[in-house]
Design a protein around this ligand. Structure first.
Ligand code: HEM
Length: 449
């Protein structure tokens, strides 16, 4: 056992159990997707930091709180597999993505991929992105009312992805690719995973085939010609040890990257728009800060110079982490809170619950960006109390990219528009598998200038 053998360790069977029937009911009725936080909080309050929850043949344990996050994410003993649970969740549609790799293979691939995420690369992506953001936001003026923010961001981030990730300009081809890609993402989340024509899952598998064919054609060109988009960088990336990606590896990484980037960023932008649409003093504060830069576009060197916008983004990710839970499978026995947890157990940690624990956050259900200011720094009470991007070896590779994209869009949005939600409106949220509004988030949008 990797952790020091402990005389007083308690066996697995003594771990408090969550009611299986109650869990099953919340999953079947869809209640778990809508409000997972309430179920997790109830478990934590009733049973503490370790709760067993067996689902059929799968032995599952929820570990709650920042110490559990640190143990599982840092994975000092290298005993927690990300590949096993993520393969089970999305392996048919996104096999061999970076998150679906473990150990040495994961390390080598991550190093090689770094080439597509250097400062210089991000700098170039931002220049290209800025032009598209302006056009995309302008088109909102002509959109039907009430304006649905979620739809608006989804289209915008898809168009940006086509340009930044693949290097294609807006046009019919982009529209088709975006449609195929949406099918893929929908399939990875679908409840019924059978390849039956007409079902979401089947459309996703077909979409995957089309994406593979498209990328295969492009890769040959990009290996020769190069380019500043992510695909071209992946084609020509080489690690310090001289590792280069084969064609199929590039295809799998690209499809996974687009998925990892798309829904998470759309989710963050939508939740931010919601909070700024009902906390109008914060919207004004961010607007003033962005205007004071006296630039219509966000420059790369200014990303870190917008403290109010940074706090709003962090607070949004705390309240609405796009990934509410993070799964692993233990490949060896380990101990936590003096319980012995056996090899083969599915271990689930929970950003969404940790972000709402009163032990670590003041009034955690309140939207309060100043908690991230240097004076209060509530996030520094523990290294793993704020984990929207995960941590350790699988820390989100696109974290800086996401920060850049969200800030670049918000920077232009607050200068072009003022928006609000209806009086008394509360956004109906689906928290899992990825946080999003159930009603598309209708907002009242008013053009400025
Ligand atoms: C606000 C936006 C985002 C959030 C909240 C987010 C969150 C996460 C989380 C929690 C993980 C770790 C999952 C785990 O450990 O099981 C992760 C991994 C990953 N993310 Fe993100 N992500 C975001 C945006 C992006 C973007 C924009 C990209 C790419 C451009 C990206 C690429 C990846 C990749 C490649 C991994 C796997 C890393 C590895 O396994 O080494 N993400 N993300």
């Amino acid at each position: 056992m990797p952790s020091a053998a402990n005389q007083s360790a308690r066996p697995y069977r003594s771990i408090p159990r969550a009611g299986f029937i109650r869990m099953l009911t919340t999953v079947i009725t869809g209640q778990d997707r809508v409000d997972m936080l309430s179920r997790l909080r109830q478990q934590y309050e009733e049973s503490g930091k370790v709760v067993a929850q067996n689902a059929g043949f799968i032995r599952m344990v929820n570990l709650y709180g920042p110490d559990a996050n640190r143990l599982v994410l840092l994975d000092k003993d290298r005993i927690f597999s990300a590949r096993q649970p993520w393969m089970w969740i999305m392996g048919r549609i996104f096999p061999n993505g970076l998150l679906l790799m473990d150990g040495e293979q994961h390390k080598q691939h991550r190093k090689t991929m770094h080439e597509a995420f250097t400062r210089a690369a991000l700098h170039q992506y931002l220049q290209r992105m800025n032009l598209m953001i302006g056009d995309g936001l302008d088109s909102w003026l002509r959109a039907p009312r009430p304006f649905l923010a979620f739809r608006g961001f989804k289209e915008l981030t898809l168009d940006i992805a086509a340009s930044i990730f693949i290097g294609v300009e807006l046009g019919n081809e982009t529209k088709q690719m975006n449609g195929v890609f949406e099918d893929l993402v929908a399939a990875s989340m679908s409840k019924v995973r059978l390849p039956i024509p007409g079902l979401e899952f089947h459309r996703g598998l077909r979409g995957r085939e089309r994406m593979i064919q498209y990328f295969a054609r492009e890769i040959t060109k990009r290996r020769r010609a190069g380019g500043s988009d992510m695909l071209s960088r992946m084609c020509n990336a080489e690690s310090d040890e001289g590792m280069r990606f084969g064609d199929q590896e590039i295809i799998d990484h690209m499809i996974f990257l687009m998925m990892a980037a798309h829904d998470t960023t759309t989710s963050t932008l939508t939740s931010m728009t919601y909070e700024l649409g009902r906390n109008l003093e914060w919207q004004e504060r961010v607007r003033e800060e962005c205007r004071s830069m006296k630039a219509s576009h966000l420059e790369f060197d200014d990303i870190e110079r917008l403290p109010n916008l940074s706090w709003v983004m962090k607070e949004t990710l705390r309240r609405y982490p796009p990934l509410p839970v993070i799964p692993r499978v233990a490949t060896a026995d380990f101990e936590f809170e003096r319980y012995t947890i056996p090899q083969g157990t599915m271990v689930v940690i929970s950003p969404i619950l940790t972000h709402h624990l009163t032990e670590w956050w003041d009034e955690p259900y309140r939207f309060d960006p100043l908690r991230f200011s240097p004076e209060r720094a509530e996030d520094e009470r523990h290294t793993h109390s704020w984990i929207p991007f995960g941590g350790g070896p699988h820390l989100c590779l696109g974290m800086r990219f996401a920060e850049m994209q969200v800030k670049a869009i918000m920077h232009q949005m607050v200068q072009r528009y003022r928006w609000s939600v209806a009086d008394g409106y509360t956004m109906p949220i689906q928290q899992a598998p990825i946080s999003k509004p159930l009603d598309g988030l209708p907002i009242k949008l008013e053009a400025l200038q």
